[in-house]
Design a protein around this ligand. Structure first.
Ligand code: HEM
Length: 515
């Protein structure tokens, strides 16, 4: 095929996309306003243009339509967006068999093809996180702190060496630290330090998140099973996880049958315990669950914590504020004395991280749901099956009607609203200003039936990391006061991938020799 043939084929494909979008737009517009231009080609070019300026386009549309529901086009896909409180609440609480999160994830990430059907068919890790992980937060606190201490020593201190100030690539460094600390609680202290395991656990999410949209937008439906199969055999995430977990699972099975044994208190044991009576989950099934837990836990926490470091390093006045609070609540020299209770009293630390998530969450469009049957909002708007509905998260979080000077970072925004700070007892209302609380105006952890069950663990882990960091290090950005800008890919935001921050190991730290 010559160049002209290729050009014609490309034109045909784009026209088909544009026509499809236009038909859907016509149907959608019967109900709702839509952002952008009218007409087949303009609609399509608009949806491409929206991709490159998703955050501001959504914000403009939200305020242009005064908070009512509207349709937004993105790369040939229409999404109905909600920002007003009632709409957000109704979306969050809609039943799974009407507005489905699982169907949306499947469609957007093509998980069935990229990871295999078992990944989404079995979901027993969710009740295990909701119950076992959350009920064991007190017990897992000491090993978590221990791993953070060891990981900082191995990964940060070796990079600093004898330097006064060392420049450290934040995202890749904290991806390793968070992978180790989290997996200490998932699979114990042996495997969490295994390089091959950590590469697989932290690389898995990136691999899946990058190939999913490629499959959805560039590969025709009938070819997806074939491309997916090739991808799975090339990356073989599940097989590699199975090989790494096999000896551990074998050992745990032996312990489970020995009444005198001490079974480790970690995610692998809890998943194994969750099996139905007189049945054992297979190694294949447990390996897939472990991939799934790593999938939901690692990139979310790593991205958020990297954002927090960029906020801290660019506004170093917060370092002394947070350090003073941590020194008051926790023993600076001896991390073995740290308790979850004492960490919980660090309200400024909590507020700083909550504010980070408010302004630097996971993206502009959040909580996507695919309508699998007709859904009606209480204002009468009908969403036919096949439509995506989601929340305009950044427009909610950056709304001056909800947050004073909403686009400014105020690390103490939430702690200053808590009555139970500075020695005063907590009030009933204080919970709403804690990092783990959610509402229609704070969507960082989602809401309704799919509200993040791992948020208590994530909050505890990030607060431990931050407490450890401010006690032992000073930070600054390469250019004083300039925060590495967020990187946007369509509606998804990421902390600057390759940015570096200067780290200084405190000499006046009470027991620096303990490391
Ligand atoms: C800063 C860290 C985290 C953030 C910002 C975050 C955010 C979210 C959000 C927004 C949702 C809801 C998605 C939706 O409704 O479409 C969610 C769901 C979920 N998260 Fe998290 N998450 C974090 C950490 C974790 C951790 C550490 C775990 C596990 C230990 C976890 C486990 C889950 C699971 C299993 C779901 C699905 C719940 C369901 O379908 O019912 N998350 N998360």
């Amino acid at each position: 095929m010559g160049k002209l043939g290729l050009l014609l084929l490309l034109l045909l494909l784009v026209s088909l996309f544009a026509l499809k979008l236009n038909n859907r737009a016509r149907r959608a517009k019967r109900y709702l306003p839509a952002n952008g231009f009218r007409g087949v080609w303009l609609n399509y070019s608009d949806s491409v243009w929206n991709f490159f300026r998703a955050k501001s386009a959504i914000r403009d549309a939200c305020f242009g339509f005064s908070g009512s529901l509207f349709t937004f086009s993105l790369l040939g896909q229409w999404v109905v967006l909600a920002m007003e409180k009632d709409h957000v609440r109704e979306l969050c609480n809609a039943p799974e068999d009407v507005l489905s999160m699982e169907a949306a994830a499947e469609e957007l990430l093509q998980l069935r093809h990229t990871v295999g059907p078992l990944f989404s068919d079995e979901l027993y890790h969710i009740p295990v996180i909701r119950t076992k992980l959350n009920l064991n937060l007190e017990e897992i606190f000491p090993p978590l702190v221990d791993e953070i201490h060891a990981a900082f020593s191995d990964i940060i201190n070796t990079q600093i060496g004898e330097a006064d100030w060392a420049s450290i690539k934040v995202l890749s460094t904290f991806s390793r630290i968070i992978c180790r600390a989290t997996n200490r609680i998932l699979v114990g202290n042996h495997l969490c330090r295994n390089e091959e395991y950590c590469k697989l656990a932290s690389g898995f999410t990136n691999d899946v998140l990058s190939i999913g949209p490629v499959l959805k937008f560039l590969v025709p439906k009938f070819l997806r099973p074939l491309v997916g199969m090739a991808y799975r055999s090339l990356f073989s995430h599940q097989k590699r996880m199975e090989t790494l977990l096999k000896p551990l699972i074998k050992d745990r099975r032996r312990l489970r049958h020995d009444p005198a044994s001490d079974i480790p208190n970690d995610m692998l044991s809890w998943l194994m315990e969750a099996s139905p009576l007189n049945e054992e989950y297979s190694t294949e099934s447990l390996s897939m669950r472990m991939l799934n837990v790593n999938f939901v836990a690692l990139h979310t926490t790593t991205k958020t914590f990297t954002h927090a470091i960029y906020c801290l390093a660019s506004q170093p006045q917060y370092i002394s504020i947070l350090r003073a609070e941590v020194e008051q609540q926790l023993d600076s020299g001896d991390t073995t004395t740290w308790t979850r209770d004492a960490l919980g009293r660090c309200v400024k630390l909590d507020s700083f991280l909550k504010e980070t998530l408010r302004l630097h969450g996971l993206g502009a469009i959040w909580m996507p749901r695919l309508a699998v049957s007709d859904f009606s909002f209480s204002d009468g708007t009908n969403i036919p099956p096949g439509y995506f509905v989601a929340t305009a998260a950044t427009a909610v979080h950056e709304n001056d009607a909800l947050y004073e000077n909403s686009r400014d970072f105020n690390g103490l925004r939430f702690s200053s609203m808590r009555k139970g700070t500075f020695g005063r007892p907590e009030t009933e209302k204080d919970w709403q200003y804690k990092m783990t609380s959610n509402s229609e105006s704070y969507l960082a952890f989602g809401g309704g039936r799919h509200l993040c069950p791992g948020r208590f663990f994530a909050s505890m882990e990030m607060k431990c990391l931050m407490a450890y960091l401010v006690l032992r290090y000073d930070l600054k950005t390469l250019k004083d006061g300039v925060r590495p800008p967020d990187e946007w890919f369509g509606p998804t935001s990421n902390p600057a991938r390759n940015a570096r921050v200067l780290f200084h190991r405190r000499k006046d730290f009470p027991s620096a020799s303990m490391n």
